[in-house]
Design a protein around this ligand. Structure first.
Ligand SMILES: NC(=O)NC(NC(N)=O)C(=O)[O-]
Length: 437
């Protein structure tokens, strides 16, 4: 097993927390194996809601705990479980949260990862409190050869689940796509939640230039890279799977305190306020957006009055600089309007296509601006992926200079992009390798 350096994050808010939780149950994460689930089942690790403690709750197996808790081992070995990520991708960090596990927390952990071409067919269903893995489950999991998986986090000591220390943040640098995680605890004990922060990775070479794809979807590698406010819900929720389950599964800001004490609307019915809130998202792949959905599902007394969407093209270096300056630098990105201000309705799926969507050409980032505040449950941006070379003029001129060297292939490719008005099948020249932020 190769050991790689891991940094235990000491700052209270490590940078990777802005990424998506690829293992969350709402992203399709599943526990497919656990050695022991006596006190509490491993699937609790993947719950979206924060852990709870109910002093009076007991089951026939012991104290009810909101997490994964194994029994005190009286046999050789240690406990472990395997998690199938809902969205395979690149991992940037973990939060091993031991909330409320104090005299029974797992004192040590290590984390391994694998990218399995063939997804294992087994999984754990139902309430498994009081259960241990059966011999046939051990036999099935042995085929995955988990002992040789890549070690992302070597064995480290965990902090117990008191409120000031329960988050064990672990930074990782591992540039390969991961589909499965093995969480080891030594020798036994409990963990409330495991969050696997990263960015989804799609194989864009399989996406046809004829298909409209949701370029910002979590599953397609979309990620939130900045926002003005996330008081009740993080903007990354807007790119999750399906429609939102409830208000907690959307982006919701606090009420702005700079609103006039008595509100007025203009002749178009738009509220007269100066302030707004915004969220910036990087697309999973540069593309030309032609259809937009803004869903205010569940936001009934707190939907935004209006919204607009802007777009721009940024290189990874430019993005890094803007993030570093919290998107407030003297020279802001050159945002172009993609969707002009639109009045929004409560609890409603707003669809915009045709002339309502302004043709901006290929873009890499969007900014959703809501006025004055409120909640949006989903944002979908359908479009065609295009080469990132098309989004940056300097890269096009570099490409032209390379034409003579690369000969036939580039020349054919260049002709194709000129003739087919930019919408091309991704592949040869279009990997958009945005760096970790
Ligand atoms: N009071 C406890 O939590 N005891 C045990 N755990 C549960 N969940 O009952 C234990 O010591 O592992």
């Amino acid at each position: 097993m190769a050991s790689r350096p891991v940094q235990k994050e000491t700052s209270s808010r490590p940078h990777f927390l802005q990424f998506n939780n690829l293992a969350c149950e709402t992203a399709g994460g599943k526990v497919i194996f656990a050695t022991d689930e006596w006190f509490a089942p491993a699937r609790n690790l993947l719950k979206r809601d924060p852990p709870e403690f109910i002093a009076s709750a007991f089951t026939e197996y012991g104290k009810w705990m909101d997490g994964w808790e194994t029994r005190r081992k009286r046999i050789a070995g240690h406990d472990w479980c395997i998690i199938q990520l809902g969205v395979p991708g690149i991992i940037h960090g973990f939060d091993v949260d031991t909330s409320f596990f104090t005299g029974n927390y797992a004192p040590y952990t290590s984390i391994q990862a694998a990218c399995l071409d063939q997804m294992p067919s087994f999984t754990l269903e139902g309430d498994r409190t009081g259960m241990a893995a059966s011999p046939s489950q051990f036999e099935a999991v042995a085929q995955l050869n988990t002992d040789s998986w890549e070690e992302l986090v070597p064995m480290i000591k965990l902090n117990p689940g008191y409120s000031e220390s329960c988050h064990n943040y672990l930074n990782v640098t591992y540039p390969h796509r991961v589909t499965h995680i093995r969480l080891n605890i030594y020798p036994d004990g409990g963990i409330a939640r495991l969050k696997v922060y990263g960015i989804g990775k799609t194989d864009w070479s399989t996406v046809s230039s004829q298909d409209l794809v949701d370029l910002v979807a979590l599953v397609n590698g979309g990620v939130c890279v900045g926002y003005s406010d996330a008081h009740f819900g993080h903007p990354r929720n807007m790119i999750g799977l399906g429609r939102a389950d409830n208000m907690g599964d959307g982006w919701e800001t606090a009420r702005r305190l700079d609103r006039p004490k008595v509100l007025k609307v203009n002749e178009k019915g738009i509220l007269q306020v100066r302030g707004c809130e915004w969220a910036i998202l990087r697309l999973g792949h540069p593309g030309i957006i032609s259809k937009i959905e803004v869903d205010t599902n569940h936001f009934k007394g707190n939907f935004p009055d209006s919204c607009k969407i802007e777009a721009c093209s940024l290189t990874p270096d430019e993005e890094n600089n803007f993030i570093h300056n919290q998107w407030r630098s003297d020279k802001p990105p050159k945002w172009r309007i993609l969707l002009s201000p639109q009045k929004l309705k409560a609890h409603h799926r707003h669809l915009f296509s045709g002339e309502s969507v302004v043709q901006c050409g290929p873009v890499t980032h969007v900014r959703l601006v809501i006025a004055p505040d409120g909640g949006v449950s989903r944002l979908r941006l359908w479009g065609r992926p295009v080469s990132n070379y098309l989004t940056h003029p300097q890269q096009i001129s570099k490409l032209l200079r390379q034409r003579s060297i690369a000969g036939q292939i580039v020349s054919a490719w260049w002709r194709k992009i000129l003739l087919e008005s930019c919408a091309i099948k991704s592949g040869l020249l279009c990997s958009y390798n945005a760096p970790a932020i």
